[in-house]
Design a protein around this ligand. Sequence first.
Ligand SMILES: [Zn+2]
Length: 250
Amino acid sequence: MKTEAVVLRSIRYAEADRILHLYTPHRGRVSAIAKGVRRARSRFGGRLEPFFRLHIELHEGRGELLTVTGAQTIDAYARLRGDARALDAAARACDAVGRLFETSEPHPAVFNLLCRQLGLLNDRAGADGRAGADGREIADVRAGALAFRLKLLLAAGLAPQFGACATCGEHEHLVGFSGAAGGVVCGACEAGSFPLAQEAHSFMVDALGRALTEVPQAGATALAQVERAISATLEHHAHLRLMPAAGRTG
Ligand SMILES: [Zn+2]
């Protein structure tokens, strides 16, 4: 088959091969072996590396593992590779997609979302030291990663309820978040929840309503609450624990 794909992971295998985890628009996540790719004169060159967006040809044998028979670059996101923070963010984005959407179920919107996120990280790569204080940039990287994860939750059908108490339907006094209840909860239903500030609540609603290019801003405390809400939702409804949205340095 021929498909577009993003390389999520590339694992060394045997003497000169690689096993690739690919994310495709219409076949979900697939695994493929690229034979001889680590030889200096491989016809694939350096194209089968993480984060490459490719036109790829895959041969389907009897097993689950496909074989790469051709690959052309659509976008290498080359600037990412010179910026440790952008590279780290790209790896976390790919890891989240690969683990939340690990089956062959098609989610073309997730594929597009991942490509857009990689494009944004690529555009912003190398901006260190030019834009203000370092703390602000770290917060921006984290906010962007959390907005991306919220959109993944939505695509997975796991978007938390934000408009009213997820337990009783109350519209006022929404003071907590509960993964078990599936969203924000009111003061009367807060048992088992953790506090959610208005700023964190607004961030999640805004992030879900806006394009990835327009990430809302929020302070560190609110972003920590947002990350906790996402984690609680994933753990409760998908039994999944992702790595932190952003590394210590961004
Ligand atoms: Zn309630």
